[in-house]
Design a binder for this molecule. Structure first.
Ligand SMILES: *[C@@H]1O[C@H](CO)[C@@H](O)[C@H](O)[C@H]1NC(C)=O
Ligand SMILES: *[C@@H]1O[C@H](CO)[C@@H](O)[C@H](O)[C@H]1NC(C)=O
Ligand SMILES: *[C@@H]1O[C@H](CO)[C@@H](O)[C@H](O)[C@H]1NC(C)=O
Length: 949
């Protein structure tokens, strides 16, 4: 019964074009909404008007006012209705158990017993109880954290399938603004690769929503993610409405909750070429229709319940198959996604006009700015389901705040962290909660936000969200950076091979001690969501850093990172300090040795509270610096021309055309400033491109205000970029390869000038590619061209989802890989053969490639690895590096983890920052690689100053 999802490579390769990524992103970010409707009544579609079955009508009418929920006897069940015959009982010994109870505060030390698809006992479980069961499997987890299964309130898993294929793209219907009769269930692809990846993050249950193209996109359904013996979508449903197959309603039990998706704001307006006004009228028209039907039903029932059958003669119960779900909304509650203030106000007005309650606003980027509007919603205050840091991709998300979860919680508004799978991957849903915790959401609320709160909101807390059926055994505290399940048990059935678990540090076994961000949160409200992000002070004077645990900097040869205060030395020098003047470290070591500075009256003292100095991180893999709001054309640099998509005008250079990112730079964007404030000091961007030809990348300072400032441009030309992959609408892969070959062997024009430098090895050729087949072809092409021209080409792979299949060959050819994203996902066919990492595979791509001698860098974990949809994620590079460190402890230490996000990237992209001239980042309370440290200063010798935050 142990189910192993060991990855079995099969299938093929290819990468997608930037153009399709953009379209996909647009579609995607739109998404979802849902609302839960209580249901009950009518849908007795087969009853004809002529002969009235009085008993049935009275039953049906009486049932209209019954609240949804489990039957009273539910809690006494001894066998789950989802129990799979032959499942062995499991006894989990010695766990640290977060139960979800007592507002998420309750933690027990003890055991768990699972049998018949249920958690039978929790705590101190005696031999007596065990002896009543046979064939029990015992697992000693040695004090590991155990939680109920994670619940994702917002997923398009299996309706927007992975890998993405035309044949299974069923998330959005474009057939109308209002389509409440559609059901996500009807499109559920049971072969989606995402099921196992999502469960690998501990998620056991998801609400599957239609996309957000429409104002009302259709009904959403709750599924359990484990495979069933029946292999059907229906068998995955968790407590579906009773009538789905047209069977008569059983009026002896309460109805079950339903869910309906609404989308406000930009998406429906864009898709239907309308405005917010059109969307809201669409709602009102639809709800008016539903209200008419409901009122007719109520009048009918009033007569039926009064026994006035004469008045009802020949009349059937009023109903309409197209509108029955909205009538249920009026009798129940709604979940909807909206982004900004105007949309909340609209929807709350609508909920009061038609008197239906809203379960949750999803996405809801601006909800934290309008708590009072939320509280005015009809019936109850909606929960807010949101992301930790995904933002600014569209105008509605521009004022997103990482402090929103804590601000909403402080306003007593239920907080739910969510994915937007496959946009924001549900596998890392718990990391959304961990980040919310980092920015100030309390531990108990953060854990509940992905487990108990969504379960309760769905009306399913009798089955999920608490210790009822599913458990996750974690390798560390779930809010620790990179927490990963070592086992996930759904309906009593283990989903992974437990040997995949790996040991983590003791320090990872409790919730991180996070910094205090109260002031930042307050400032965010004060500035209506757009607090100033500039440093509070920039100085070329003396700054003295004290109470330092470690200093990390470039090694003398500039190729790696070393610790300057090895523990021995650190303990030798009591209370070491670092003195900076004019942005340069002028003294470090014992306080006494630097006394000429410490006595300086104007010296600024910065107590790091046991924090560290470390190299500024360097990011590549997004179009940071070339855009502000991805989906607003007037805020972005735009898309470069591509000779493989259309003829390039002669005036731009024709066949020899090549563009430079440095010419399109925008400084001071919020993503850049936020990245800077989180320790990423240098951004590298290639021009945003639609297909094959990328152009020349630039390295620039994320802290500068404009291009002409000192040190604002780190290197105006870094590398030559191309993208190669299989994609609709592009010439074949072999055409793309042929074009690259020709570029290299017969350089001409502006591009020729740079390709000559590629050919002689002075400028790197960076190829964005994911498919192992195409990477193999590139390794061959490199050899072929080198043999012809007699020099060595410096080739770097970006993307690299399938690079692990060629790890040895890449190492031998001295080709490095910038993994973008660092934690891969089978988004498309080019990325089908990824290395999933624990608990799916022994190790992930980072560890595997490093072990095989490949130089690795980390790109952002953005949306679908689309550069223009990933600028928001640059700020998280420090956590991506920390995550890599925790998941690859036998091949990485802190120094090499920093290198993944700094010197390795520089080397792979040909950026020259000599040792001693790199930026240093000061963190208080901890370092950049964990949830304890907070960035308080950036020391920049290139810019000759220290920025203090
Ligand atoms: C539970 O595991 C912890 C950590 O290994 C250990 O210290 C403790 O003694 C164990 N307790 C029991 C009751 O086995
Ligand atoms: C229809 O669904 C109900 C549960 O909602 C189930 O009990 C019944 O067996 C189903 N009928 C058929 C014909 O599948
Ligand atoms: C150094 O930092 C630690 C951790 O915050 C703190 O306990 C200690 O008091 C600090 N020492 C000084 C001298 O500030």
């Amino acid at each position: 019964m142990e189910k192993s999802f060991a990855f079995s490579p099969r299938g093929a390769p290819p990468p997608r074009s930037a153009r399709h990524r953009i379209q996909w992103g647009l579609l995607f970010c739109a998404f979802l909404v849902a609302y839960c409707v209580r249901f009950g009544w009518f849908f007795d579609t087969h009853s004809s008007a002529v002969q009235l079955d009085k008993d049935a009508i009275v039953g049906q009418c009486a049932h209209l006012s019954v609240k949804p929920g489990p039957p009273e006897t539910f809690s006494q069940r001894v066998v789950s209705d989802r129990y799979q015959e032959g499942t062995r009982p499991i006894f989990i010994r010695n766990a640290t158990i977060w139960t979800g109870r007592v507002q998420g505060f309750e933690v027990l030390q003890g055991d768990l017993l699972l049998a018949h698809g249920l958690i039978k006992a929790v705590g101190d479980i005696g031999e007596g109880m065990l002896s009543t069961l046979s064939d029990v499997e015992t697992v000693d987890v040695h004090g590991a954290w155990v939680t109920p299964g994670v619940v994702d309130l917002h997923s398009h898993l299996a309706v927007e399938s992975s890998p993405s294929l035309r044949g299974s793209s069923d998330g959005n219907s474009f057939n109308g603004l209002v389509l409440p009769w559609l059901r996500s269930l009807d499109a559920l692809n049971t072969h989606d690769d995402g099921f196992k990846h999502t469960m690998a993050g501990g998620v056991t249950t998801s609400l599957i929503l239609p996309g957000s193209a429409d104002a009302i996109g259709g009904q959403a359904f709750v599924i359990k993610l484990r495979p069933t013996t029946e292999r059907t979508p229906t068998s995955m449903l968790l407590e579906p409405p009773f009538y789905l197959n047209g069977s008569a309603v059983d009026t002896s039990v309460p109805p079950r909750w339903r869910h309906m998706k609404h989308a406000c704001g930009e998406n429906p307006a864009r898709v239907y070429s309308g405005t917010r006004m059109d969307t809201v009228w669409g709602y009102r028209q639809a709800y008016n229709k539903a209200r008419e039907i409901r009122d007719a039903q109520d009048q009918y029932c009033a007569k039926a319940l009064a026994g006035d059958w004469k008045a009802l003669e020949g009349q059937a119960f009023p109903e309409d198959l197209q509108w029955e779900s909205l009538v249920d909304v009026l009798r129940g509650r709604v979940q909807t996604h909206c982004y900004e203030a105007v949309d909340f106000d609209d929807f709350v007005r609508l909920s009061n006009e038609f008197r239906f309650s809203v379960a949750a606003f999803h996405h809801a980027h601006e909800a934290y700015l309008v708590p009072d509007v939320l509280k005015r919603a009809y019936g109850n205050t909606p929960a807010i389901a949101m992301f930790a840091t995904f933002s600014r991709y569209k105008r509605e998300a521009f004022r997103h705040s990482e402090y929103a979860p804590r601000i909403l919680a402080e306003n007593d508004i239920p907080v739910i962290m969510k994915s937007d799978h496959p946009g924001i991957l549900s596998r890392f849903l718990v990391n959304e909660a961990a980040q919310a915790h980092y920015y100030g959401l309390d531990e108990n609320i953060a854990l509940a936000s992905v487990i108990s709160t969504p379960a309760t909101l769905l009306g399913l807390d009798h089955r999920i969200g608490f210790l009822k059926t599913d458990v996750v055994i974690w390798d560390s505290h779930p809010l620790a950076l990179g927490a990963t399940p070592s086992q996930v048990i759904v309906d009593g059935i283990p989903q992974f091979d437990e040997t995949r678990a790996f040991a983590k540090l003791v320090a990872q076994q409790h919730a991180p001690q996070t910094p205090d961000f109260s002031e930042e949160a307050q400032k965010t409200l004060k500035y209506d969501g757009l607090p100033p992000l500039e440093p509070t002070e920039s100085t070329d004077g003396i700054v003295i850093f004290t109470n330092i645990t470690n200093v990390w900097a470039k090694s003398m040869d500039g190729t790696g990172i070393v610790s300057l205060l090895e523990p021995g030395e650190g303990s030798g020098i009591r209370e070491p300090i670092v003195v900076v003047k004019g942005g340069k470290v002028v003294c470090s070591g014992a306080s006494a040795a630097c006394s000429q500075y410490t006595v300086h009256p104007e010296a600024v003292m910065v107590n790091l509270h046991g924090g560290a100095l470390q190299p500024g991180l360097v990011s590549f893999g997004s179009t940071i610096g070339l855009q502000e709001i991805s989906m607003e054309e007037s805020t972005v640099d735009g898309v470069a021309l591509d000779p493989l998509l259309a003829e390039v005008p002669a005036i731009t250079g024709g066949a020899g055309y090549l563009t430079r990112a440095v010419d399109g730079l925008q400084y001071g964007t919020r993503d850049a400033m936020l990245a800077y404030r989180h320790g990423v000091t240098v951004g590298i961007a290639a021009p945003n491109h639609a297909a094959f030809l990328g152009g020349l990348s630039v390295a620039f300072s994320l802290g500068a205000r404009h291009k002409l400032e000192k040190g604002a441009v780190v290197q105006d030309v870094a590398a030559v970029h191309v993208t190669i992959g299989r994609s609709m609408g592009l010439p074949s892969v072999s055409t793309q390869i042929a074009t690259l070959r020709r570029y290299l062997l017969h350089p001409s024009g502006e591009s020729g000038k740079w390709l000559e430098k590629v050919a002689d090895g002075t400028v790197p050729l960076v190829v964005e590619v994911n498919s192992a087949d195409i990477i193999a072809t590139l390794i061959g092409l490199k050899k072929e061209v080198e043999a012809k021209i007699g020099s060595i080409i410096k080739l770097t792979i970006v993307g690299g989802a399938e690079a692990h299949l060629l790890a040895k060959e890449l190492a031998r050819a001295n080709i490095g890989v910038i993994l973008t994203p660092p934690r891969s996902y089978p988004y498309d066919w080019d990325r089908k053969r990824i290395l999933g990492g624990p608990p799916l595979t022994e190790e992930g791509a980072v560890a595997y490639l490093i072990r095989h001698g490949v130089k690795v860098g980390l790109g952002p974990q953005g949306v679908n690895a689309a550069p223009d949809m990933s600028t928001w994620a640059v700020r998280n590079l420090r956590f991506d590096a920390g995550w890599a460190l925790h998941s690859a402890q036998d091949v990485l230490d802190k120094a090499s983890a920093y290198a993944l996000a700094s010197t390795n990237i520089e080397e792979l992209l040909g950026i020259d920052i000599p040792a001693g001239t790199e930026d240093l980042v000061a963190t208080a309370g901890g370092d950049l690689l964990g949830f304890e440290g907070k960035v308080v200063a950036v020391i920049s010798s290139r810019r000759g100053k220290v920025d203090l935050f």
